[in-house]
Design a protein around this ligand. Sequence first.
Ligand SMILES: [Zn+2]
Length: 292
Amino acid sequence: MVAEDLTHLRFEDSSGREHAVSLCIPAAAEIYPLIYEPMYRDAELAAHLLPLEMAYLVATLDGTPATFESMQALFIDDTVAFRTLLAMRNRLYETIASEGRIRFGCPHCREGEVSFDLLSLTLALNAAPWPITDRNRIFLEYPALASDLLPGRRPGDVAVAAYLKVETPSGTLGLASPILRGTLHTIVQGEEERARELWEAPFNDPPPGREMWTYERPGFQAALRLCLALRKAGSDLEEAGITPEIFEKMPVPDFFFLDNIYYLTHYVDVDDAADRIQCRCEECAGAFLPVL
Ligand SMILES: [Zn+2]
């Protein structure tokens, strides 16, 4: 369940008039195409992109279903009201995207596991989570998995986790999603090339429904990499992995959560501070680092 105060709010616009707004949780397919590189983020893009994004996010405004036109009118007429919606978006996404759970498998006995949530993992690694929005809290930030980061440094003398299991925010909150649990693997170079051959659409002539399936879109780049990293536990997809079609149906906070967990466990450096962030297996008392 998502707390009602995250999705429902009454607020006053700049003329003091009261409004009631309710939000829904958009699917990844609706939101990830709206992620743009920093160089394109300007007033012109905002005027088109933000009303479009809000039309997916806002279920009703004053009892009326939100449309692109109604959100565009609000964007032009009332900056205070529009900023309120953006602040609601940020709070909703950031709260839900921190609700997932992760469990690291012990590399010594391979039976014990150590559990974290997003906050406890960032504390253990002494690392900030990857941001969902840009610094101005307006545009959605570039996903970590579309940023071509270098693998994090690892000390040679301390074991890292044997595997990483995830429960998505949808799993912990009981939301409808095709992906509730799975394991997160390190992406291998050859895999990504195969996946691009399989799924990427030609930029100039994409098949219907795959208009966004191109590496020109940072959201799709991250989505495709997450498809490769994620394996769904106990399902027929275990062998085949997860396709972009399935991925697109997940609520978008799950996308932010998985991107963040991949970032923290693969790209954050762990070197001098290694002795401070080891976790200890409850089965065999062996110590290891909560990263891959
Ligand atoms: Zn163990």
